[in-house]
Design a protein around this ligand. Structure first.
Ligand SMILES: [Zn+2]
Ligand SMILES: [Zn+2]
Length: 379
């Protein structure tokens, strides 16, 4: 009976909640091609309907802009819609795929599809149950080869991130895009179906700070042995995004990197960018031989040169590196991959392999935080 009630509530939400602030259903833009004017909709599982259009399981419809309206072609008949059309699932568990530029035939999306016409182009929004979305994001962000404990913590992070960013695309009238700008999402998990189980095992769980607010749940590939303080990478300091020592990731895939840069190019960069006195021998040496210990941000005390800016300008894998040189070149020996703030994925993966619980792993990387149920916090 409770399940039936839940399904009814969910159906109502999926039917009527366009651009809502629901924590159960999200609106995710799934097309990246901003010039989209037509596509093929395939019902992969169960069926879909919109007014008098029925798209049964394994059948397809062509959707196009015609005369400023959305035309849905199915079995020789055409139905026209002004502004938008919602392709609603006929049963729980329905799935669809899309044939159009930017979509892969293996991308399978769950739940409903809202099609909108904007500036004579189509916008596709997946109106999706949050845990279907979270499971898909987890596979896209963490791959298909992790263990269940890792997938649990990544689920908590991705759920927390989604719910704390519901307004990220408010002006465009959806919650989140499906790109790295928000979180990568290409539909349900494709290679590892146990991810959905791990997501459900953490159903409704999110990370909150000491004031009971959803945290900024950032993560990166590998911290190189030490995570970064939030203010060293961004402008603000958060008491749960503190630099922590990480001994788990230092033998993992992205633990180190190397770069060689022509010496003159490197020195001229600092001269031009920061008016740095490269003619002064001792100052010059700071640019040629230096250890950036503990992610220290400054190369020379009087010049507050931020490692994160050097990373951006030279397209480096991280802002954590040592500098050495020979006659012609400067050598950067780097640690980690990514911005370094929050959870280190490769460290967390290693911890989960050593039977450390997902809760303990989250507490290691996010200081002063608690895992709570959504109904325990005020969103
Ligand atoms: Zn976005
Ligand atoms: Zn790490």
């Amino acid at each position: 009976m409770r399940l039936l009630l839940k399904l009814i509530i969910f159906t109502v939400l999926l039917s009527f909640s366009f651009h809502g602030k629901s924590t159960e259903v999200l609106e995710i833009k799934i097309n990246t091609d901003t010039t989209l004017t037509s596509f093929t909709f395939i019902s992969k599982k169960h069926g879909y309907e919109a007014n008098n259009v029925f798209i049964s399981e394994k059948s397809r419809a062509i959707v196009k802009i015609e005369g400023g309206k959305i035309a849905v072609h199915k079995n020789g008949t055409t139905q026209l819609f002004n502004e938008y059309v919602l392709l609603k699932r006929k049963n729980w568990g329905a799935q669809f795929s899309i044939i159009a530029k930017g979509f892969n035939s293996s991308d399978i999306f769950p739940d409903n599809l809202l099609i909108k016409i904007e500036n004579n182009h189509l916008t596709l929004i997946n109106i999706v149950y949050i845990d279907h979305y979270v499971a898909g994001v987890v596979e896209a962000e963490a791959g298909s080869k992790q263990n269940n404990e890792y997938y649990k913590l990544q689920s908590v992070i991705c759920r927390t991130y989604a719910l704390s960013n519901l307004r990220r695309h408010e002006e465009e009238k959806f919650n989140l895009c499906n790109q790295v700008h928000c979180q990568v999402y290409r539909g349900i998990p494709r290679y590892n179906f146990s991810i959905t189980k791990s997501t459900y095992a953490t159903k409704g769980l999110v990370l909150v700070d000491s004031t009971n607010k959803l945290i900024t749940a950032t993560f990166h590939s590998n911290c190189g042995g030490q995570t970064a303080n939030s203010e060293d990478v961004w402008t603000y300091s958060l008491d749960y995004l503190r630099s922590v020592c990480d001994t788990f990731c230092t033998d993992q895939h992205h633990a180190s990197w190397n770069a060689e840069i022509p010496k003159e190019e490197w020195l001229n960069y600092f001269k031009n960018q920061y008016n740095y006195p490269i003619e002064n021998t001792s100052m010059r040496n700071l640019l040629l031989t230096n250890r950036i210990n503990n992610r220290k941000d400054i190369i020379a005390d009087t010049f507050h040169i931020r490692a994160k800016d050097i990373r951006k300008d030279w397209d480096l894998k991280s802002a954590y590196f040592d500098i050495s040189n020979n006659t012609n070149s400067v050598f950067l020996s780097g640690f980690g991959f990514g911005h370094g703030v929050g959870l280190c994925q490769e460290g967390a993966m290693k911890m989960s392999q050593q039977n450390i619980s997902y809760k303990d792993i989250l507490n290691h990387y996010f200081k002063n935080t608690l895992i709570k149920r959504l109904d325990q916090i005020d969103l």
